[in-house]
Every structure is written in structure tokens, then in C-alpha cells.
Design a binder for this molecule. Structure first.
Ligand code: ASP
Length: 321
């Protein structure tokens, strides 16, 4: 026991000078969804800018599956050395209620680097889908509930949350088709293999503008500049569908503070990068304010969001093992 304590003390003493040089090699940032989807898009933009700031490459690794819980679980288990990070979204706050046996506790397994952005969602459907607007979409889904299907990225994904809220609001259940991310789901939606889904604007804006998919409603309080013709869900009377998909950067618990501080500073710089701001705007989103890209703001948001979604999920009565 004494030996262990001495070892830990030694590690703590030597950790500080070592981290003065951090980062000395490439960093992995895990995206808990498939490549080509909205979380992947946000991560690659931010990682590219943070890499410049840190002087080392941030390599994006896609670990999709189980609504983001596989990738998050992998990072929770990783060495806390500053070389494995996670970009995750609102799913980090819904998973602890949705999953009866989650392999990690979001409030104990991570250090928080900072918040990144809050991305709106939009309800979209395959090209040529019959309903013309949100009102007729609801009528159609109710009338054809045994026939239509809804794509998502698994239980715990933002697309799952949005679908769950939509189905609760219209009091109708339809078949869901889970993917490892909404990147591949969007490909199938464009191909007509699935009927409709709800996904971040970072994955859908261009395809809506190009007429490759149909858009019914955004989850925003006001119409988006990037999609001015798409009404909000509130305009059709669905007030419970107003929410944003917040994203944050995590590191395994125990990652030294020196590393976290450098990562937070690099994140704050990246969020002021004109290229990031411009690309975000074209996809219907914006970086958070600098004081939100901090460990304290991130931790407070996660706690508040776990508390916010718990009763909503419990009321919907949808859980996973
Ligand atoms: N948008 C997806 C979700 O449902 C995830 C992704 O593929 O980025 O959470």
C-alpha cells in the first residue's frame, strides 16, 4: 500500500514537468458515431483548428454504435494521458436515464474540456415522401403507423431523442431503424430506403437546399438563416420539439489539469477561427461563447441536462439495457 502511495506521489511530482511539453504527439478524438454524420462534421472542423493551435495533429476516430455509448465508453476506459479525447453531444445527458446498465457514469468518468456548439435539428424525409407539410406529416404518420419507418443512430442518439419526442407529441409509435450514425442513415434516406428522420442541420442543410430530401420543421424557436423556408415545429404547435444538440469535448477522468487547460485554450481559439465560424453558419449553427468553452460551464451544462431529460424520458417510458 505504502509502495503504491509512493509510486502515485512520484507520478504526480513528475507529471507536471512532463505536461509542460504537452502535446508531444498526435491526439485521438473519438466521435461516437459513423463518419460523414453531423457529429463527425463538427468534430473534424474543430479538430483541424485545434490541431493548428496545439502544434500536433488531432486524429478523428469514429466509434459508432449503441447511440454513442460505445464510443463514449471507450474513452471512459482510455488512459488519462491527454492523448484520447471524446466529442459527444446531448446524448451524454440522456444515456444515463435511457440505459439501465450504462458501462460508465457521465458525471464520474470524465474531465470536461468545454462546450462547443448547439446545433439545431430538422425533421426530414425521403424525396417524394407524400406529406407536404408538418400538419400532413403528422396525419400521414398516424394513418400509416404500421407502414412508415424512422431512421436514427440508436438509443441515446440525438436523432433518437427527437424521434421519441415527436412520437410522444403525436401519441403514435412507428418502427425505428437504427444506424451507427445519421451519416449512413441520410444516405439511405436520400435513396428512399427509410421514410423520415430528425437530424442536426450540420448533416441536412445542403441536402435540403439541393432538394435531395424534404424538410418539415426545425427544432428552433426562430426560423434559421440557413433554412429560411423551413418552419419551426412551434409554428405547427409542437412546443415540446424546441431544443438544441449541444456538444462538448471530454477526456478520461484523471487527465492532468495542465493538459485540460491547454485543450480548453485551444478549443476557445478554434471557436474564434473565421473558417470554423463561417462553416458553422453555413450549416445552421454557431460556436458557443468563450465562457462556455470551459470545464466549469461544460460540467454545469451536463448536470442540468441530465436533470432536464430524466423526467421526459421516464414519461416516454423507453429504456435500453
Ligand atoms: N446525429 C446523430 C445522432 O442522432 C449522430 C451522428 O451521426 O452524428 O445523434
Amino acid at each position: 500500500m505504502r509502495k503504491l502511495f509512493a509510486l502515485a506521489l512520484g507520478a504526480a511530482i513528475f507529471a507536471t514537468p512532463a505536461f509542460a511539453q504537452y502535446p508531444e504527439r498526435a491526439i485521438t478524438m473519438v466521435v461516437p458515431f459513423a463518419a460523414g454524420g453531423p457529429t463527425d462534421t463538427v468534430t473534424r472542423l474543430v479538430a483541424e483548428s485545434m490541431s493548428k493551435e496545439l502544434g500536433q495533429q488531432i486524429v478523428v476516430e469514429n466509434v459508432g454504435g449503441a447511440g454513442g455509448t460505445l464510443g463514449a465508453g471507450k474513452v471512459a476506459q482510455a488512459a488519462p494521458d491527454g492523448y484520447t479525447l471524446l466529442m459527444h453531444h446531448i446524448g451524454m445527458s440522456t444515456a444515463p436515464t435511457l440505459y439501465r446498465k450504462l458501462a460508465f457514469n457521465p458525471l464520474e468518468a470524465f474531465e470536461y474540456v468545454g462546450l462547443v456548439t448547439e446545433v439545431p435539428m430538422v425533421i426530414v424525409a425521403k424525396p417524394g415522401f407524400e406529406p407536404a407539410d408538418m400538419k400532413s406529416l403528422v396525419e400521414y404518420v398516424k394513418a400509416n403507423k404500421d407502414k412508415v419507418n424512422y431512421a436514427n443512430a440508436g438509443i441515446g442518439a440525438a436523432s433518437h431523442l427527437c424521434g421519441m419526442l415527436f412520437m410522444s407529441a403525436i401519441d403514435t409509435r412507428v418502427t425505428t431503424v437504427p444506424y451507427k450514425g445519421t451519416g449512413p442513415a441520410l444516405t439511405d434516406l436520400m435513396g428512399g430506403q427509410v421514410d423520415f428522420m430528425c437530424d442536426q442541420t450540420t448533416n441536412t442543410t445542403n441536402q435540403i437546399k439541393e432538394g435531395k430530401i424534404k424538410a418539415y420543421a426545425t427544432t428552433t424557436a426562430k426560423r434559421l438563416d440557413a433554412l429560411p423556408d423551413v418552419p419551426t415545429a412551434e409554428e405547427s404547435g409542437y412546443n415540446d420539439l424546441t431544443f438544441g444538440i449541444w456538444h462538448g469535448v471530454y477526456a478520461p477522468k484523471g487527465t492532468p489539469k495542465e493538459a485540460i487547460d491547454k485543450l480548453s485554450a485551444a478549443l476557445q481559439k478554434a471557436l474564434k477561427d473565421p473558417n470554423v465560424i463561417e462553416r458553422f453558419a453555413s450549416l445552421g449553427t454557431a460556436p458557443v461563447a468563450e465562457d462556455q468553452a470551459t470545464p466549469a460551464a461544460h460540467e454545469a451544462k451536463l448536470k442540468a441536462e441530465i436533470a432536464r431529460w430524466k423526467p421526459v424520458i421516464e414519461a416516454a417510458g423507453e429504456f435500453a439495457d
